[in-house]
Ligand binder design. Structure first.
Ligand code: AHM
Ligand code: MG
Length: 341
């Protein structure tokens, strides 16, 4: 008798808990799972074949698109189109939304927002990268093509979100609003198997993840918090350890398990921060809050922010609740109250 539960089995079993569920969300999740397996295969092979490198094409922000980014984007779009329950996709790699015109897709109930391969600067150095996804129920009528409004919804309205980390093992971590669950790919059977059920993050952690090289561009509040994290105070385990891979998925995956805070703040160079609200901040905010942590832009809950545009950037303070609250106190005293005084 086998003990293993695969991701596909888990998705179907979870669906049973929602009376009246049609299986449409399960079908979208399985499309993401299939894409993840295909992307993982390419990422694993990247060191062996000539797929590494850039195509010389720029994405919506003028950044060079690496070949694997492009491949991952195509794979995700194709799988989501084929599943028939998704009516459109927004991707970090594309300027505008992908509206699926097929009759079957028009009947689809869900839209997917994604960063098909995040951390792309780490691809050619064989460091963990990953796929991030966020699923919303459309607000436009089923049977018609999807609209921008379907994608510009507050993060709190996500029905599911997750990420896949392509690391020493590939892992698929997701939440459909009933806890966070992690599945590790068993390459011998080609299935993601339940390895981390009901993941929770410690309320107080010991890890600080921030690109400290940008200190000169930080606000006074961010600088003061980072300095406080480095002070000695035994009762609260300070100084905290600094860990920063530069792949959001790797940094947040580690912090989710071990406890810690990940910060990509507003800087004088990028006043809205670097990371995208829809493709990076919202899905992680949904997951971390589900795991018992907090996610803010320094002042507001990230999940309450109504997006204005597809590629909107947002500062992010996310992770162990006590650490996020402390960082917000510093921002309040040094940035907000000082400016107002
Ligand atoms: P990308 O979407 O172009 O890959 O950029 C996002 C990545 C995140 O994974 C990571 O947290 C961040 O950029 C690192 O940025 P920096 O190198 O400025 O610290
Ligand atoms: Mg990204």
């Amino acid at each position: 008798m086998r003990e293993v539960i695969t991701l596909s089995e888990f998705i179907v079993q979870s669906q049973e808990q929602f009376p009246g569920a049609t299986g449409a969300l399960s079908s979208v999740l399985r499309a993401v799972e299939l894409s993840a397996k295909l992307i993982n295969r390419e990422v694993t092979m990247a060191g062996l074949v000539d797929i590494i490198g850039t195509m010389g094409v720029k994405n919506a922000y003028g950044e060079e698109v690496a070949k694997l980014d492009d491949f991952s984007n195509e794979i995700m779009i194709r799988s989501l189109r084929n599943c028939g329950d998704c009516c459109g996709v927004a991707s970090e790699e594309e300027e505008d939304i992908h509206v699926f015109q097929e009759e079957l897709c028009k009947k689809g109930r869900y839209v997917v927002l994604m960063d098909p391969l995040d951390g792309s600067s780490n691809i050619d150095v064989n460091v963990s990268i990953g796929t991030i996804f966020s699923i919303f129920e459309r607000v436009s009528p089923q049977g018609e093509v999807c609209t921008h409004e379907d994608f510009l919804q507050e993060g709190s309205k996500q029905v599911a979100a997750g990420y896949v980390v392509y690391g020493p093992s590939a892992m698929f971590v997701y939440s459909a609003g009933q806890g966070v669950h992690g599945f590790t790919l068993d390459p011998s059977i080609g299935e993601f198997c339940l390895s981390h059920q009901d993941m929770t993050t410690p309320w107080q952690g010991k890890i600080l993840s921030i690109n400290e090289g940008n200190t000169a561009y930080f606000s006074e509040g961010t600088k003061a918090y980072v300095n406080w994290c480095k002070e000695i105070e035994k009762e609260s385990s300070r100084p905290y350890g600094c860990r920063y891979v530069g792949s959001m998925i790797a940094d947040l995956h580690r912090n989710l398990i071990k406890g810690g805070i990940f910060i990509y703040p507003a800087t004088t160079k990028s006043p809205a921060g670097k990371l995208r609200l829809l493709y990076e901040c919202n899905p992680f905010a949904f997951l971390i809050v589900q795991a018992g942590g907090l996610a803010t832009d320094g002042q507001r809950n990230l999940l309450d922010i109504k997006p204005k545009e597809l590629h909107q950037r947002m500062p992010i303070f996310i992770g162990s609740g006590a650490m996020v609250e402390k960082a917000m106190e510093f921002l309040k005293v040094h940035d907000i109250e000082k400016v107002e005084a």
